[in-house]
Write a protein that binds this ligand. Structure first.
Ligand SMILES: Cc1ncc(COP(=O)(O)O)c(C=O)c1O
Length: 447
């Protein structure tokens, strides 16, 4: 417990109050939702019950990841995305979604050839750093997200044409794309929005036309539910539009065709649905592209970036549809309740101040999910000021919208009038209190 001197508003003036820190910043599962016992059992099973598997997973591994895990991930994707046809040749295991990005960029782009990285904005605030690290400083461009989660395809098409020159890269095992388009189209981090189907279809067409690769960060897809009262899912539900990779595959080439790299890939991860510390993610892409990722020099030297040992433990964990049950019976009910509590508290304490929750359109069945709520602040209230007051006076951590701008292209889409709140990490009992504190901080700035 932390003792702090209260700020001068909200009726606490001159009184000392006890505040526990509250965290609406971290987009990770709450400690109570981590499957610790199950991971212990899976480790025991791998190391003490199956000598051959134990030895296999303590040796150097395959560049594309443990074959049994690749197969399991392909089955999981086919179960969830019922229209997908994923085979283990489409899967490359990565060290979380985070290390999928540099691997993709190192193998499939060349900063001397690839013209631009187009980033749907607001964006995952660490993504731009990853693009800079592989040589794209000065070539990262924002593509503003609109209210309905779509982007202006005609403007993007035009901008892509403008930066292109006549030469296109020659395909080899290491195809170099002319453009990369990075997006989190489903329950976006930070906006929580879902890009509509028509926009996805048009974006695939534009990527194909301009030799672009859509890198779609789909790591929140499996955490979704209907927010309509009484509509509780009995199976793992996928209500959202098809992934870019599936749209691209449906458009004429076969996902196992070794001549085609395709124009879209999907990144997934166990970070949000099992535990971030597993550092297990994957790329689901056409077999030729996956094969190219397997040629990554460092991966050839003994296995991809994720520990063989952890992959073996996860193979044990995923047996018998364990993850499907974990998502359905533990995670979705927990996040549904948390989201409902937070949305109600926002309605009670923030809406009267003029704060607007951006979200799914009202009416019809509202499909929600992921970890985040995106709030529009009242006019002239700055997200950085709110963050500072929350941190200093309320012991409340939040993510200011301004941090989610596309670095280097900041003028195109400015997000200082927004904040992102995560309901995933903080325990249920603290959610309403956190919103009350946020309301006090905003009131200070509205004076
Ligand atoms: C959109 C997005 N991509 C990637 C990551 C990182 O994922 P991983 O833990 O799998 O590296 C996050 C985590 O917050 C995220 O929100």
């Amino acid at each position: 417990m932390v003792l702090i001197e209260s700020h001068s508003s909200g009726g606490h003036h001159g009184r000392s109050i006890h505040l526990q820190p509250i965290n609406f910043l971290w987009g990770k599962p709450a400690p109570s939702l981590l499957p610790i016992t199950q991971l212990a059992q899976a480790s025991h099973q791998l190391l003490l019950k199956d000598a051959a598997a134990a030895v296999e997973n303590l040796e150097y591994g395959d560049a594309l990841g443990c074959p049994r895990l690749r197969k399991q991930i392909a089955s999981l994707l086919n179960l969830f995305y019922q229209k997908s046809r994923v085979d283990s040749t489409n899967i490359c295991i990565t060290a979380g979604a985070s290390f999928a990005l540099p691997t993709i960029l190192n193998v499939l782009t060349d900063s001397a050839i690839t013209k631009c990285i187009w980033v749907v904005s607001p964006c995952f605030y660490l993504a731009c750093r990853m693009f800079e690290d592989v040589g794209f400083a000065g070539k990262i461009k924002a593509v503003p997200e609109r209210g309905d989660g779509s982007v202006d395809i005609e403007a993007l098409d035009q901008a892509m044409s403008e930066v292109e020159q006549a030469t296109k890269s020659v395909a080899s095992y290491r195809k170099t794309y002319t453009h990369i388009i990075y997006t989190v189209p489903t329950f976006s981090n930070p906006s929580g929005k879902v890009m509509p189907l028509t926009c996805r279809q048009k974006l695939v067409d534009v990527a194909r036309q301009h030799d672009g690769l859509i890198v779609s960060d789909d790591i929140y897809d499996m955490l979704q539910w209907s927010s309509t009262p009484g509509e509780e899912e009995t199976t793992l539900c996928n209500y959202t539009p098809p992934r870019f990779v599936d749209i691209d595959r449906s458009k004429s080439h076969s996902s196992t065709d070794l001549a085609s790299f395709g124009n879209a890939l999907s990144i997934g991860s166990l970070s949000k649905i099992v535990a971030p510390g597993t550092r297990i993610g994957w790329v689901d892409a056409d077999a030729a592209l996956v094969n190219a990722l397997g040629q990554y020099g460092s991966s050839l030297a003994g296995g991809g970036p994720t520990s063989q040992l952890v992959q073996g433990v996860v193979v044990e964990l995923l047996r018998n549809n364990w993850l499907e049950h974990h998502i359905k019976f533990t995670l979705v009910p927990a996040y549904r309740t948390r989201r409902q509590l937070m949305v109600q508290a926002i309605e009670d304490h923030l809406r009267p101040l003029g704060v607007v929750l951006e979200g799914p359109p009202s009416g019809g069945r509202a499909i929600v999910g992921g970890f985040f709520l995106w709030l529009r602040l009242p006019p002239r209230v700055s997200s950085h000021m709110v963050k500072t007051i929350c941190a200093e006076q309320e012991l409340l951590a939040i993510c200011p919208g301004a941090d989610c701008r596309v670095l280097e292209d900041e003028d195109v889409a400015v997000w200082d009038g927004f904040v992102r709140l995560s309901y995933s990490y903080e325990e249920e009992g603290n959610l309403v209190e956190g919103i009350v504190r946020l309301a006090r901080a905003i009131k200070v700035l509205m004076k």
